[in-house]
Design a protein around this ligand. Structure first.
Ligand code: NAP
Ligand code: GDP
Length: 316
């Protein structure tokens, strides 16, 4: 029997894994335990050790992190660096101490060098400084790959990582100031509709992003835990052709909420962040050539409907 703990299991991605398991991916020989910060603060070594001692996991999906959109990252680069370094150091140290068979940690495509060639691939993680807007978060995440290689070199550990692009879906953090673009726009369109006001998209709308629906990512992370054999990271991304502009995204959110595109305005005094971070999913396609991603219109419609139906309980 495998016992899998999912750190950060109550967030956007944890709920995506839970949904994938509920919709056909569960197996009889696996027990899944989804943890939140209420189960213990993973930036504290003793609290982390207590969690591992209690659950005795054989496998770990490590999602817990201080997470935020562009604007939260720009304000708190030091906190993102320190908190995430501490969480990652503690989780991997305890996974080693408690003889966990495999760990899959979650990185992000924002960790890649800002000045680079496109598309980005897995070999480029450490080839230059990340974008300045979120350098604290990015450096902490890059170090997970260094830890994984060091644990493997010194102890033969099977600790690996996945690199998803921007993620969205139900149970996201819909806080307008701290969250990412899709949940932020969904919350803003809700308010704009209620107040009969314009919907303001921050920045110019020209940056490009690849978005992965949380349940698709959940399914891929379950696969990575069971099957992915490498220590080196793997990019989990939709195809390059599915990259969209932020302008496209705000229009899709407006359409899904029944809000007129004519009432969308762009606040160009706000930052755009990185222009693009186009990632190749060639490695993923080598392993899973037929994986079908949820089309973004469908994923946005589901996320908008979820937020409107769950407004009272939603994280905001
Ligand atoms: P999220 O919705 O904000 O969830 C974060 C989770 O981590 C929550 O379960 C939270 O617990 C837990 N957590 C935070 N600090 C903790 C601490 N000190 N101790 C224990 N648990 C803690 O984040 P997410 O979007 O699902 O992100 C999951 C992973 O994906 C992260 O590693 C993130 O860096 C990565 N990622 C996210 C995106 C994206 O677009 N969202 C993109 C690329 C990569 P509570 O619920 O109790 O607070
Ligand atoms: P990033 O991919 O790390 O830059 O993360 P975000 O999801 O925070 O931002 C992506 C892009 O969306 C940036 O160009 C932002 O300027 C733009 N954007 C437009 N409206 C919003 C919003 O309401 N919230 C956020 N977070 N970004 C927004």
């Amino acid at each position: 029997m495998k016992r899998v703990i999912v750190t950060g299991g109550t967030g956007l991605v944890g709920k995506g894994i839970e949904a994938a398991l509920a919709h056909g991916d569960a197996r009889d020989d696996e027990e899944w335990i989804f943890l939140s910060s209420k189960d213990g603060d993973l930036s504290d070594l003793e609290a982390t050790r207590a969690i591992f001692a209690k659950h005795q996991p054989t496998h770990v999906i490590h999602l817990a992190a201080m997470v935020g959109g562009l604007f939260r990252n720009m304000k708190y680069n030091l906190d993102f660096l320190r908190v995430n370094m501490a969480i990652n150091d503690n989780v991997l140290a305890c996974a080693h101490e408690f003889k966990v068979e495999k760990v899959v940690s979650c990185l992000s495509t924002c960790i890649f060098p800002d000045k680079t060639t496109y598309p980005i691939d897995e070999t480029m993680v450490h080839l230059g400084p990340p974008h300045s807007s979120n350098f604290g978060y990015s450096h902490a995440k890059r170090m997970v790959d260094v830890y994984n290689r060091a644990y493997h070199a010194q102890h033969g550990s099977k600790f690996t990582s996945v690199i998803p692009t921007n993620i969205y879906g139900p149970h996201d953090n819909f806080n307008i100031d701290d969250g990412h673009v899709i949940p932020g726009l969904i919350h803003k369109v809700y308010k704009a509709k209620a107040a009969g006001e314009k919907l303001t998209c921050w920045g110019s709308g020209t940056p490009l992003r690849q978005f992965i629906y949380s349940e698709d990512l959940g399914r891929l992370m379950i696969w990575a835990l069971r099957e992915y054999p490498e220590i080196d990271p793997i990019i989990l991304s939709v195809d390059e052709a599915a990259e969209v502009s932020i302008r496209d995204v705000v229009h899709k959110v407006a359409d899904a909420a029944g809000f007129s595109r004519d009432d969308v305005v762009f606040d160009t005094d706000k930052a755009d962040g990185q222009f693009k971070k186009t990632a190749a999913n060639t490695k993923l396609r080598k392993y899973l050539p037929d994986f079908k991603f949820t089309p973004i219109d469908e994923g946005i419609k589901r996320s908008v409907d979820w937020f409107f139906e769950n407004y009272e309980q939603a994280r905001k």
